[in-house]
Design a protein around this ligand. Sequence first.
Ligand code: FAD
Ligand code: SF4
Ligand code: SF4
Length: 468
Amino acid sequence: MPENKRINLSKTDTPMPVADPKDRINTFDEVEIGYTDALAKQEALRCLDCKHKPCVSGCPVGIDIPSFIKCIVNDDIDKANDILSKSSALPAVCGRVCPQEKQCQAKCVRGKNGDPVAIGKLERYAADNCTDKKIQIPKNNGCKIAVIGSGPSGITCARELAIMGYKVTIYEALHSPGGVMTYGIPEFRLPRDILDKEIHNLSELGVSIQTNVVIGKTFSIDELMSKMEYKAVYISTGAGTPKFMEIPGETLPGVYSANEFLTRINLMHAYSSKYDTPIMQPKRTVVIGGGNVAMDAARCAVRLNSDVTVVYRRSEEDMPARKEEILHAKEEGVKFQFLSQPIRIHDKNGKISCVECNKMKYTTSTASSVKKLSKAGDETFFIETDCVIIAIGSCVNSIIKENSTGVDFDASGKIIANAETMQTSKPGVYAGGDAVTGSATVILAMEAGKKAAMNIHKDLMEKGEVFV
Ligand code: FAD
Ligand code: SF4
Ligand code: SF4
């Protein structure tokens, strides 16, 4: 059949089946069920296989999008997955959590007159349904590289270097690898077995992952490079230190940072009776913040049978969370209090009783790029609650800064690295991901890991340490 006869000209994309909100709030099982073969093909047929591939320019790791989609049209899922794996260490993860609407899909020509092709959903389909993952064990070039942190940035850097023949060891502070993908993003968005499979592929390539090792405490970067003879080090330690509001009542029992709340639930399975991890079972929860982290915390609290209100100081349209996550949270019964700024957490006999808030208003027109906020009046209002989760952002942990020499940091504690080469001020030491940018996204952390790997290889070749 000629190609143009095969195109699906529907202006709307193919919806992904999702679990019923009434059922899904009782479990941590995945909410989005995934395309069937027929649905994936229907959506893949919407791709026009554009000659200039504009969508690819929106993908930070440069996946050959039309080629993998064409393989889905031709029922060759293993080949689709091979194409994905050429550019990405984590296609099943990115297909689920990438902000596609701001990346590849924002560039898709079908988006000019309808919905863009659902590239992320197709990526997930191909990664999940591949039956034969070809992993070629690379020939070792004898050169050792250390990667600090096993989040998406560290995983990507390690994988790229391993493919080029380097002997890579990842040092991870926690007992389980994956970074935020393991301890932050809940299972109902990113099931652990999916992530574990992608991490397992790293081990197949010969990458060693040493958990429970805190660089800066267990070993210093200098020790890695001198005593342990690593030729280069990539720092990808993320931005896992929570920010607080510094309002009265924030130290009361029952106030969690989103980081702690989510780590207890996701990494330490506090929701399951099979684990001993303690977690509050609040009747009412207030989550402060408007990003993906706030949505994840709110949706986890719903699954602990709590009534949940998200308090956000701006309006709904300005929420940084993905639209899909806001929709899912609403479907699950999460309530929202917009243009509201918490100013105090009150207690009765040491137990949280309510959150006091100011009503806020915008002081500049919506046409202005930065909308300023101010109090809408002197009256405050109260939201009754017994648990507060603070999800207003995070910053870079200071362990590396306090325990390394020669690496420069900016005033906020982020590592300074060249945006193209990821080289830091210390020769042989590179850095990327959230540790450099502050909290960002999985795919941008991966892009940095990829750039670092390319430049580590280039520099070592120039120094004559490796020859291929
Ligand atoms: P991380 O993923 O933070 O990994 C850093 C790793 O380094 C951690 O495992 C840490 O334990 C380890 N480490 C730290 N210090 C040391 C040390 N001294 N020695 C050894 N190891 C160390 N992004 C999206 O694209 N989509 C989403 O839907 C999304 N949802 C999110 C939800 C939550 C709850 C959070 C918190 C973030 C979310 N993000 C999302 C952001 C995304 O997860 C991060 O931008 C990304 O994980 C950053 O990757 P990274 O590799 O730089 O760091
Ligand atoms: Fe799009 Fe992310 Fe996949 Fe790249 S990795 S094609 S940006 S969904
Ligand atoms: Fe297909 Fe859209 Fe990319 Fe064109 S821009 S090749 S339609 S995904």
